[in-house]
Ligand binder design. Sequence first.
Ligand SMILES: Cc1cc2nc3c(=O)[nH]c(=O)nc-3n(C[C@H](O)[C@H](O)[C@H](O)COP(=O)(O)OP(=O)(O)OC[C@H]3O[C@@H](n4cnc5c(N)ncnc54)[C@H](O)[C@@H]3O)c2cc1C
Length: 415
Amino acid sequence: MRTSTDFSVAIAGAGLSGLCLAQYLMRSGIDVHVYERDQSPFVRQQGYRIILDRHGLEALRVSLPRPLYRLALATGDEPGGRLRFTDRRLRDAFTITFKVEPDSTRQVDRATLRSILMTGLDGRIHYGRAAAAVDTGGPAGLRLRFTDGASVPATVVVGADGVGSALRAQLMPEADPVNTPMAGIYGRSPLWRDGWSVIPDALRTSGVLSIADRPGRAFFFTSMRFGESPREAFARVVPGAYAPTAHDYVMWGLLLRQDEVPVAARGDLLALRDLAVRNSEDFHPLVRRLVGTGELDTTVLNLFATGSRPRQWAVPRATLMGDAVHVMPPFGAQGGNTALRDAVVLGRRLAEARADGTPVEEVIAGYQDEMVPYAFRAVDTAAGLMRRLTGGAAAPHWVLTRVLPRLHRVTVPEA
Ligand SMILES: Cc1cc2nc3c(=O)[nH]c(=O)nc-3n(C[C@H](O)[C@H](O)[C@H](O)COP(=O)(O)OP(=O)(O)OC[C@H]3O[C@@H](n4cnc5c(N)ncnc54)[C@H](O)[C@@H]3O)c2cc1C
């Protein structure tokens, strides 16, 4: 598609939302460049698997060229599945069942999804460029400035630079995220051992949140089975494009209170894994096996935070999307889906502005007015779920961990 340079968009951050917006704008013929702080695409693990809901899938469907969208579905896990809430011994409390429709919910590998979102953006993603600020003025209207002092001109600047956004304080003053008491130590273990799945058949397509007797402690796990090997699927659909190495795995997370994670352990993978091992001792043996076989370099700590509603938007031609505005605790799987939805809501409005000449300030204000209500509904839902599932309220916790599991059969015997 031909692009025009009379209208240009600079995006800070090559995460899910930044790349999705870049794809959308490319398809609309808009000159777009993405500036990423990391030195290269896969310098660190960016999460493991992600559940896409209808908003996330719809965003990919309208942003990506059709073969790339099909590639996302082909490499993803099978549709449907369940989310089970259990006690610490994996006895069911209750279960949510997802629809078996390819376009309603899909679990995909995050690194594979990022590779798909990067495909076709050659020369438009610039690594090692850490955004620092937006300067107003100049012929294009704005300049995105980097930490090394260099800057680039743009008609519109979009901060998609995640929870620690460097642009947030300037663009959305006095709305920094608020810390929560909870954290997660996440890891990944191989799904197959000697040709056998480490996950019993009864949980084959289930995500499981196992809630400990003690409030504020839980363990989550889910398996990720690639529908088609990314290597083979990429070679078939986009020969030459980079496909990350991939094998089926189990993603898990130990949820605990932030004050249980010593500051000295926070950047230390071995210390984090030891902490996860020690704090999973009361759980089902399957949980302990998963932690014990975790791949060390995939261990990561996430301190849960909650976005604050914006009080004002300070630079009319610049805006934010995704976790930079509305980070939420990972309960309900809505963070990434909301970020992808932002990309399309904003992309659609920018494409219209470019086509019919509506002032950019107006379309950006329209995006912000549309985004804030749905995004903060998701933030409130995620924060509420976190409180209910991990908080100290005695009655709901007692029902979840003591009453409901007694009414259900044993899903996984403690062999
Ligand atoms: C354990 C876990 C599980 C999750 N599971 C799900 C799920 O199942 N479904 C779901 O919808 N969501 C899920 N989420 C949430 C989801 O991962 C995030 O909401 C989503 O990644 C946000 O996308 P984003 O584009 O805003 O930011 P990110 O994807 O975080 O991308 C931000 C990018 O900006 C770059 N950057 C940072 N600072 C700068 C700078 N100054 N200049 C330039 N670049 C910069 C970063 O390197 C990064 O590449 C989960 C989160 C966690 C922690």
